[in-house]
Design a protein around this ligand. Structure first.
Ligand code: SF4
Ligand code: SF4
Length: 188
C-alpha cells in the first residue's frame, strides 16, 4: 500500500521470548514508574478549598454591569446577541419610566436578559461588541447544575451586586479583569 507520508514505521513481528511472555519486565517497569511518583510534588489541588490563580485572559461567567451609582448600564441594544456566534443571548427591551432614573442609566434597558450557558463557548465576543461596558466575562466559573433549565441564566443571576448597597459583593463579583467602574472594563 502506498504511504501518504514518510512517517510509516514497520511493525516488528518477531516472536516474544520466554522471559517476555512472563510479562515481568513490563510489570516491574510500570511499577517503577508508579513508585517514582511518590517522591514527586503532587500536581493536584484540593478544589474548591484551594484554587489556582486565573490566567489574565481567563473568560468565565458573564456579568451585567452597573455604573458607580448602581444603575444598570445595558440599553438592550442587542449588539451582544448579534455578535454571539452561539446565539446564546436573548433579551427584551423596555423604556425607562419617569422616576426610574436611579435604576437604569439610559432611556432604554433590558427588562429581560438571558444567556444559555449550554450554548455559550465563552469566546468573549459579547463583551467586545458591547458599546456600554455593560457585559463582561468575569473570573468565575459557571456553576454546574443537574437540570438543563438551570443553565439558562436570567438577569437576576447575571447582574452585578449594587456597588453602593453591597460594595464588598460588588468588588468580589467585579474581580480584577475590570478595574475602572466607569471606563472600559476590559484589560485586553
Ligand atoms: S461569550 Fe461568546 S458564546 Fe458566550 S454569550 Fe458571549 S458571545 Fe455568546
Ligand atoms: S449588554 Fe451591551 S451590547 Fe448587549 S444589549 Fe446590553 S448594551 Fe447592548
Amino acid at each position: 500500500m502506498q504511504a501518504l507520508t514518510n512517517k510509516v514505521e514497520v511493525v516488528s513481528r518477531k516472536p516474544m521470548t520466554w522471559w517476555e511472555r512472563m510479562y515481568l519486565p513490563a510489570i516491574l517497569k510500570g511499577m517503577a514508574i508508579t513508585f517514582s511518583h511518590i517522591f514527586k510534588k503532587n500536581p493536584t489541588i484540593n478544589y474548591p478549598e484551594k484554587t489556582r490563580p486565573f490566567s489574565p485572559v481567563f473568560r468565565g461567567l458573564q456579568i451585567l454591569n452597573r455604573d458607580e451609582e448602581g444603575r444598570e448600564k445595558c440599553t438592550a441594544c442587542g449588539l451582544c446577541a448579534v455578535a454571539c456566534p452561539a446565539e446564546a443571548i436573548t433579551m427584551e427591551a423596555a423604556e425607562r419610566q419617569p422616576g426610574e432614573e436611579h435604576l437604569y442609566k439610559e432611556e432604554k434597558y433590558a427588562a429581560k436578559y438571558e444567556i444559555n450557558m449550554l450554548r455559550c463557548i465563552f469566546c468573549g465576543f459579547c463583551e467586545e461588541a458591547c458599546p456600554k461596558d455593560a457585559v463582561y466575562l468575569s473570573e468565575t466559573f459557571a456553576p454546574s447544575n443537574f437540570q438543563r433549565k438551570g443553565f439558562i441564566y436570567g438577569k437576576d443571576d447575571l447582574l452585578i451586586p449594587h456597588p453602593v448597597n453591597e460594595p464588598e459583593a460588588f468588588a468580589k463579583a467585579r474581580g480584577s479583569r475590570a478595574k475602572n467602574p466607569e471606563g472600559h472594563g476590559n484589560e485586553h
